[in-house]
Design a protein around this ligand. Structure first.
Ligand code: PRP
Ligand code: URA
Length: 209
């Protein structure tokens, strides 16, 4: 089974509460999402391997720690994934980026694909797929399927809110992919929305409703 990490940092929890509030404006929602994504990125990369290289400080030579291996890949599940992506790129500007365009059919709740573009050499890189919401997990599961078909072997999934139903479905589909989330909510309602949730993440980010 894939493991689940709930990031309980007080700043994450405080910012998330403001985002959940329906009175929070579109502009504030976007700003908070970008800020939270920095903190979540810190957690999802906490155990990256280090190597060392010799550098000279103004005082002396030293073996200084640097990240080992190839550049990371962040895979944004459009549209709302871009809200997490931007803050993560603030923290790791050298990361490569994959875009997976999916929307949820409102009747069937199936994920419908409309775009896919990823770096060609995913095999040797850590790929972190990002989407604020893990509801039924249809979108996240399809996105990870596609990334695996493109060669990704070492994956993590990062979201803001997860429903228990989504965690169970994602773990069944991708038991090898650890999940990182800022909160584990109560359940999905009859329309597939996370409760208590924050509403439709894409609409709240871009003011489309
Ligand atoms: C939202 C969200 C996820 C998906 C989660 O996207 O950003 O991608 O729903 O639901 P699921 O786990 O049941 O698949 P949406 O389809 O609304 O598209 P958008 O990001 O373009 O708004
Ligand atoms: N997608 C969203 O944006 N919000 C939900 O609660 C569920 C899916």
């Amino acid at each position: 089974m894939a493991d689940v990490t709930v990031v309980k940092h007080p700043l994450v929890q405080h910012k998330l509460s403001i985002m959940r509030d329906k009175k929070t404006s579109t502009a504030s929602f976007r700003t908070l999402l970008r800020e939270i994504s920095l903190l979540l990125c810190y957690e999802v990369t906490r155990d990256l391997e280090l190597t060392s290289k010799s550098i000279e400080t103004p005082m002396e030579e030293m073996d200084a720690p640097t990240l080992k291996g190839k550049k990371l890949v962040f895979a944004s599940i459009l549209r709302a994934g871009n809200g997490l992506l931007e803050g993560m790129l603030d923290l790791v500007p050298s990361a490569r980026v994959a875009h997976v365009g999916l929307y949820r059919d409102h009747k069937t709740l199936e994920a419908v694909e409309y775009y896919y573009k990823a770096p060609t050499d995913l095999e040797d890189r850590l790929v972190i797929a990002v989407d604020p919401m893990l509801a039924t997990a249809n979108s996240a599961s399809l996105a990870v399927d596609k990334l695996k078909r493109s060669g990704a072997k070492n994956l993590r999934f990062l979201c803001l809110l997860a429903a228990p139903e989504g965690i169970e479905a994602f773990q069944a589909a991708h038991p090898d992919v650890p999940i990182f989330t800022a909160a584990l909510d109560s359940h999905l309602n009859e329309k597939g929305y996370i409760v208590p949730g924050l509403g439709d993440a894409g609409d709240r980010m871009y003011g489309t409703k």
